[in-house]
Design a protein around this ligand. Sequence first.
Ligand code: ADP
Ligand code: MG
Length: 241
Amino acid sequence: MNDKTNKPAYFSLHDIHSYYGESYIVQGVSFNVHEGEILALLGRNGAGKTSTLRSIAQIGDPLVTQGECWLDHQALHDMESFEAARAGVALVPEDRRIIQGLTVQENLELAQIAPPHGWSIERIYDLFPRLGERKNQEGTTLSGGEQQMLAIGRALARDIKLLLLDEPYEGLAPVIVQEIERTLRQIKELGITTIIVEQNAVAALKLADRAVILDTGLVVFDGTAQEVLDNEALREEYLAI
Ligand SMILES: Nc1ncnc2c1ncn2[C@@H]1O[C@H](COP(=O)(O)OP(=O)(O)O)[C@@H](O)[C@H]1O
Ligand SMILES: [Mg+2]
């Protein structure tokens, strides 16, 4: 935030409330993310992290969201999910959603079927050489780590402004986590703004510039990633680490 010009943050959530039917899940969440920054969105299971990501990506049905969500001067809250995607939001969901029956290459080509186009497939293979080596293999037969790479690659195949990662390290061996961490650092160097939700909070905090911690749908911490790493009481209370 540049206070002198009152320029809004690149990305901001303002007083987001969301519901699954009668269940009130996200209870007035606000935070900003600056351009090119990685924000770790943390909190225990059921804290509302996935619901917050879905609210940002405007994925309703059955989630109903109120509040404002801005990305680079665009009002995401007035959009449908496909319009938010076109405006530059890419959600890589926890289950990765690799399309069955399609090869690695076809999964990437499908992501590029509609503009705005992002990275070329060759460039995605440069970032993830394992995908290039397996380009003719069916996507759903890849290892968990390779499927995560494909899911991230598919996001980059579109021209994105905000990358939302929901538990990208889940179920992956430490050596694969390190490989994905390396690529996320490279993606950051290219200036892509990222929100990462992760149960492996230490790994997420090492990668992130800033952190927001949710507890039962409320923001209980908003500060630098280093502050969380340094604050044992905070980690014990909300992250159980
Ligand atoms: N489709 C759904 N229908 C009803 N309740 C849901 C649904 N998805 C999630 N919830 C509930 O919303 C709460 C927050 O879930 P979620 O956002 O997935 O948390 P987190 O990602 O932090 O673990 C949980 O209590 C969960 O049971
Ligand atoms: Mg979740």
